[in-house]
Design a protein around this ligand. Sequence first.
Ligand SMILES: Nc1ncnc2c1ncn2[C@@H]1O[C@H](COP(=O)(O)OP(=O)(O)OP(=O)(O)O)[C@@H](O)[C@H]1O
Length: 571
Amino acid sequence: MIRRFFSYYKPHKRLFIIDFTSAVIVAILELAFPVAVQSFIDKLLPENDWDIIVLVSILLLLVYLISTALQYVVTYLGHKLGINIETDMRQELFHHVQRQSFRFFDNTKTGHIMSRITNDLFDIGELAHHGPEDFFISIMTFIGAFIIMFTINVKLAIVILFAVPILIFLIAYSNIKMNKAWKKMYEDIAGVNARVEDAVSGVRVVQSFTNETHEMDRFTKDNYSFRKAKVGAYKVMAIVHSNIYMLMRLITLVVLVVGAWLTYQEELLIGELVSFVLFVNVLFTPIQKITALLELYPKGMAGFKRFVDLLEIEPDVQNKDDATVVDHLKGNISFEHVTFAYEKTQKPVLDKLSFGINAGETIAFVGPSGAGKTTICSLIPRFYDVDGGSVTIDGMDIRDMTKESLRQQIGIVQQDVFLFTGTLRENIAYGKLDATDEEIELAARRAHMEEFIKELPDGYETQVGERGLKLSGGQKQRIAIARMFLKNPPILILDEATSALDTETETIIQKALTELSKNRTTLVIAHRLATIKNADRIMVVTKEGIEEEGSHEDLLKRDGIFAHLHRVQMR
Ligand SMILES: Nc1ncnc2c1ncn2[C@@H]1O[C@H](COP(=O)(O)OP(=O)(O)OP(=O)(O)O)[C@@H](O)[C@H]1O
């Protein structure tokens, strides 16, 4: 895990070297001060040589100026390094999440992903900056200070050395305890995020059932569990901090007493004693840094582990090494003995399903809810891969095509159209990012959007989405259709595109859809049978597979499932 963590420093080697070297110099200069004070008191003062005293003072001033400049470099560049690493990781994670297949999103809460991309990465960034630098510098200062103290007076140095095992014990204790506490805290904050996500996106349902109190109770439970974990972690930290504080004061006192006695015995000079007391103070800094790291390290590493765990989830729909980039597909689709289950442990939704669609045909799928119509349509763009059998387009297995090129050939219009925050123009252009204004306006005209765009004061530049104009279901759907005119795919999937509209809007949208499906292979999932009268073929999908197939008229004549559904709807 640590080796992997360090691999993120590679692109910022130069920054790391500058930051690290500056920090090392600052630490060495810190050690110089007590040594200078000692020679001041024991050598320069008794000799009364004021020229040297002034010179040494100027030199010390110079050392401090350099130290201050380097301190700036360490703080600024060090944080910059941490931020750079955090940004790289966020890029990688976002890219990775975008590559994931539908199955991943079926099973992962947005709140959990958000929490990894934000909270976890903040802590990892902090660790990236402070971790190696503070650890190395602290060890270095510690060893350096002890070496100098031993050269000044062995007995007094040994007295201080006794404190080291206690320190190591405290550090180890805190590390174990905090590891556990942070891990729990991360799980809990992800839970809190997921709960907020549920309550906010489902707020309309919550309010319509007046279940606010119920939601509040569930949130309180998660929030308090998070609080307990975090407070627990800080309790451990408080124990460790206060013990270390007491230890350091004790050491100062012991140094003073033993030092005074040694001075009395003429084994130690006054300047040496002062210098010892100052060194005990110098030791405070690395110890404080190490205690700060005790909080940061387990926290950052717990976050990093979650980050790596997420990165290691490979999308289950992958391109083969020798996958073909397809272009201009005709749209002859064939399902051959297709078997598919969402979860390996569950009964297949589709069981050895076979059928064919000719290029340019309009096929409608009808049938009872949960029979698998949407599933059939999700397999064509490879949102999921089949478990058995194959799906081919123009005779080629879709798993032999790159998924990007395959999806470029397929357009999907769903009932629930997602609008991105931005202008109307940008939202239409989502179908073809480099579309010209003329192309966008033509697509809007073909999707029968012109009328309503004209009425908007800002026209195509109107802001839509969460922070902009709210569009009706029918208007959103026309945006989706306009996107498709721009994308211009040979295969079209219309998933219950008109089932939530009033008759007038539906007529307009039907018109737009009929134009859109011209010269394309079109698959329509419809619940309202009247809208698919003109389909070339209707397939009746049930849990047993495709039970009936034929034109509207044929199926009515057959007087089977479709005729029954039709009669119920007409009634
Ligand atoms: N993402 C999913 N994960 C697990 N199971 C799923 C998922 N989506 C659908 N299913 C299950 O697969 C079966 C078929 O669902 P599908 O959505 O394909 O049916 P449908 O015919 O389109 O239904 P409807 O007309 O109600 O939209 C259902 O039993 C459903 O519970």
